[in-house]
Write a protein that binds this ligand. Structure first.
Ligand code: HEC
Length: 140
């Protein structure tokens, strides 16, 4: 009979599991909000800044090529009596709400784009986080 190598795998596996559990304390609500905001900002820079600009003011590099200027996203509250309407912004990004000026939509329907790339729930989370980011850049 040859020597069998000692089986180390289960113990290592166990250690990894414990490390993972210990390394992930429950996120507080504040932390969760912060990470959603950070995720939203990251998504915004990658998917939206080309038109809306990194600061959201509507002067991204692709804006010049558009017939309809991208909205200044820092003015949404101001234009809405100082209130930021999360629901309305989320519905616009998703594509459920038509263009404010009643014209054709010049912006991609992000709900569809995101749902093609990922699951429905991830699409919703992306739109939620993007909206948190947009809320954070509102000018008073
Ligand atoms: C191809 C350029 C382009 C990209 C990329 C783009 N937008 Fe837009 N966005 C527009 C234009 C143009 C408008 C003005 C409405 C229209 O013509 O469709 C607009 C309008 C909006 C509005 C509505 C503002 C209002 O007045 O209610 C929101 C919110 C918005 N965009 C968010 C986003 C988010 C979030 C992303 C990234 C996921 C994004 N946009 C990416 C071009 C773009």
């Amino acid at each position: 009979m040859g020597r069998r190598p000692p089986i180390k795998v289960p113990r290592l596996y166990h250690a990894v599991c414990v490390a993972l559990l210990l390394g992930q304390p429950m996120l507080s609500v504040a932390q969760e909000e912060e990470s959603s905001l950070a995720w939203g900002k990251d998504l915004f820079l990658r998917r939206c800044a080309s038109c809306h600009g990194e600061d959201g003011k509507g002067n991204g590099p692709a804006a010049v090529a558009l017939k309809n200027p991208p909205a200044d996203l820092t003015q949404l509250s101001k234009k809405n009596d100082g209130k930021f309407s999360r629901a309305s912004v989320m519905r616009f990004i998703d594509g459920e709400r038509p263009v404010p000026a009643h014209g054709p939509r010049h912006m991609p329907v992000w709900g569809e784009v995101f749902r093609e790339e990922r699951t429905d729930s991830e699409a919703r989370m992306r739109i939620f986080s993007l909206t948190s980011f947009i809320e954070s850049i509102q000018e008073k």
